[in-house]
Ligand binder design. Sequence first.
Ligand code: PMP
Length: 357
Amino acid sequence: MKKYNFNAGPSMLPREVIENTAKQLLDFNGSGLSLMEISHRAKDFQPVVDECVALFKELLDIPAGYSVIFLGGGASLQFMQIPANFLVKKAAYVNSGVWAKKAMKEAKLFGEVVEVASSADGGYTSYPKGFEANVPADADYLHVCTNNTIYGTECRKDFDVKVPLVADMSSDIMSRPVDVAKYNAIYAGAQKNLAMAGVTVIIVKDDALGKAPRELPTMLDYRTHVEKGSMFNTPPVVPIYSMLENLRWLKKNGGVEAADKRAHERAAALYAEIDRNKLFKGTVEEASRSVMNLCFVMNEDYAELEKPFLDFATERGIVGIKGHRSVGGFRASCYNAQTMEGVKALIQAMKDFEAKH
Ligand code: PMP
């Protein structure tokens, strides 16, 4: 049976990305060795890293003076590595969800943290607004999580503030054009919009590095990885290769502008059904609705139908729509690889389930 994958991460990847990566797993570039077996210093692997960096710069239109590095440790390591490298005295954070809060917690280990806005009181069902003027002019940076994977809220813009931005873009990177010049750093775990799990991408502004007043362990200092082209230690070879295939696919399919358009088309169709269908309702304030993670629940009168709908959808090959364990309900993740066909299958399931009740 055809599967429609709405997992929040690791998540769906384009079929050709998986197939091309699978071929290299069996025989990397005709070498007779698997991609799993080659040295990261093999002459054929450096071009993989180089092309990945070049495609990243091209697709996100990254200005000169920025480096793109590939590390392990997930976005969670970045919660700590960002302040270690950039927090001199004080940093501003927007508390837009659990991941943003985790980032704040780590930053407090390195200096003063100012929470300039929070949507915690509303259960994170909206993206904080109108906080730009509250960002202290002497903050080293403003940290934002641009898409809150768990709650399905998203800012989908690059804020105008007096200080450089730092962003966790784990769940919306490469889904829209970004004005990278506003940022000192952008980081993202790969497992949603970039690649299979196992690699984290960090875009850093070169001349913002080396300002923090602390000695950094070698591995934590971004300069180590910038200088060594992500080869200071053994990088995650297979995930990086899968990212290369995915970036090639994205370029072939119109880049981030086209991805943005497709994301809005999918989200418009699914939110329209969530709003129309008597059984379901959205959980997020309309202006904050994410086009990446679409969250919804059963209407109060139909609360007992949550599990039956999940089973009904599963029988049709729809997987991964169970909401995050901390919020319940449903979450349909629609990253770049998601198709309108998948979204239509989910919409049809919602309609058919409604007809039965
Ligand atoms: N930030 C966001 C927005 C996320 O969605 C996630 C994971 N779902 C993380 C950070 C943590 O990422 P990782 O598991 O790669 O450390």
